[in-house]
Design a protein around this ligand. Structure first.
Ligand SMILES: [Zn+2]
Length: 273
């Protein structure tokens, strides 16, 4: 009976405050886009959110050495496009977790201790990591293995894509099983992108021992879920340069990345159940 509620609220404003579950109460799960998948592929985008988190102050980062609050511009939108393209190419769904909250309130690519400063941000941190952990466990259980791509943006190498695997630690199982070819060869995600004309760092013709760009070796997400951990999912952080995320460019980048995921899937993941 909405009319009754409305008239009561008009006569007794306190009635509104007393009514349970106010419709505008923020729900942390509304600040994260989650999709359950059927493929052994997980896509994560922690730094592209645009929403203010109510009742949570902006972080100040006292004592932190790698403190960042800036958005990875257009990465949430790029990943939406990427997911749609993967579904088109492979006819099945990847697992997806996209942050919609602004990084200045919490950073889910940092440990819990470094990722937020107010206890009120904890439910938002969990709203990102709970479904990501569920995805990793489900992929491992169903397929035995899988790949996690953690999508970011950087402004240091504007036309390039930086690989972050903690210098191959977070893709340990993939490397042990299929060698460097699965990480940098023609049917790898990065090798395919290079073939499509993208500049990739470190470059493909470099030695296996070539070090990743020191600022982009991979953050908490690949470190926590990578195949050197009990989650055992091969995890690659992809840092896309500013030019590749421009408003008129990110859809093309997403399409090419989806093609690279398809090539990798067909070479290394297709035979999994
Ligand atoms: Zn980032």
């Amino acid at each position: 009976m909405p009319w009754l509620f409305a008239s009561l609220a008009f006569v007794f404003p306190a009635f509104v405050a007393l009514s349970p579950a106010a419709p505008d109460a923020p729900k942390p799960e509304d600040f994260v886009t989650v999709q359950k998948g059927t493929l052994p592929i997980i896509i994560s985008a922690p730094h592209g959110g645009r929403k203010k988190v109510p009742n949570v102050p902006e972080r100040v980062g006292t004592g932190l050495t790698n403190f960042q609050t800036v958005r990875d511009e257009n990465t949430a939108e790029l990943v939406e496009k990427l997911v749609a393209e993967i579904e088109k190419l492979l006819g099945a769904k990847p697992w997806v977790v996209i942050a919609r909250f602004e990084r200045k309130y919490l950073d889910v690519n940092r440990s819990r201790e470094q990722g937020y400063e107010s206890d009120k941000a904890k439910p938002y941190y969990d709203a990102y990591h709970d479904p990501l952990a569920v995805a990793c466990k489900a992929v491992k259980e169903k397929h035995g293995r899988g790949i996690l791509l953690d999508i970011h943006g950087q402004a240091a190498f504007t036309g390039a894509i930086c690989r972050g695997t903690q210098n191959l630690k977070t893709v340990k199982l993939l490397k042990d099983r299929d060698g460097m070819a699965a990480i940098r060869g023609k049917n790898s995600v990065l090798g395919r992108l290079e073939k499509l004309g993208y500049k990739v760092l470190p470059p493909g013709d470099a030695e296996e021992t070539a070090k990743e760009e020191s600022k982009f070796t991979g953050g908490y997400i690949v470190t926590n879920y990578g195949s050197h951990t009990a989650f055992a999912i091969d995890a690659i952080q992809l840092e896309l340069g500013t030019d590749l995320r421009a408003k008129d460019k990110y859809a093309t980048t997403a399409k090419d990345l989806a093609d690279a995921v398809r090539v990798f899937h067909d070479a290394y993941l297709k035979d999994l159940k």
